[in-house]
Design a protein around this ligand. Structure first.
Ligand code: HEC
Length: 162
């Protein structure tokens, strides 16, 4: 009898732990493997006025996100967009990209990220596939606040030109 009671308590404990992690944590978007082979959306160069975004950035979109860029409505689930930022040097008048500073990633999953318009946000530092600049709850607030407030479509600021 006592053994059954203890086993029951252990099961209950596991159930509570699982329930808490499922309800509490926001799932981190995965590292976007292979994004350098995706479609290039545009390149931009920003000076020191853009603070941590100073440098040269290239933006890439996977095939789903390209559908979103080309359509008038929302981006479909499975869209992934990457903002790839480099430090720059001036070489006799040419602006040349050097070290990667970080990559910013947006992933569309309308159920998982319902609270932020269906977009999950994350930032990987340098060339790392694991080091992230922000805890997930911080990234979601910080990134989305600016994206949702900047004119664009479905929180995506850039436009794609063929
Ligand atoms: C202060 C405002 C601001 C914040 C904060 C911000 N972004 Fe952006 N983001 C921009 C702007 C502006 C662009 C467009 C850049 C361009 O026109 O080349 C952009 C572009 C992007 C893009 C390319 C898709 C698009 O919307 O055009 C991604 C991906 C992205 N940001 C991810 C992130 C992530 C992840 C974070 C948080 C770690 C973040 N951003 C925080 C302003 C912001």
């Amino acid at each position: 009898m006592k053994r059954i009671y203890l086993a029951g308590l252990a099961t209950l404990g596991v159930a509570i732990c699982l329930g808490q992690s499922a309800a509490g944590a926001i799932e981190e978007p995965a590292y976007p493997e292979g994004y350098r082979r995706w479609t290039h959306v545009l390149t931009g160069v920003s000076d020191a006025r853009f603070k941590r975004y100073e440098g040269m950035h290239n933006i890439y979109a996977n095939p789903k996100a390209i559908e979103g860029y080309k359509a008038d409505g929302a981006f479909p689930d499975g869209s992934v967009i990457v903002f790839d930022l480099f430090e720059v040097v001036d070489q006799e008048g040419a602006t040349v990209a050097t070290k990667r500073k970080f990559i910013d990633v947006m992933v569309k999953d309308s159920k998982r990220y319902a609270a932020t318009g269906g977009w999950g946000y994350t930032e990987f530092l340098g060339d790392s596939r694991t080091d992230r600049a922000f805890t997930q709850d911080k990234a979601m607030v910080r990134c989305h606040a600016c994206h949702v407030a900047t004119p664009g479509r479905d929180s995506v600021i850039t436009r794609f030109k063929d």
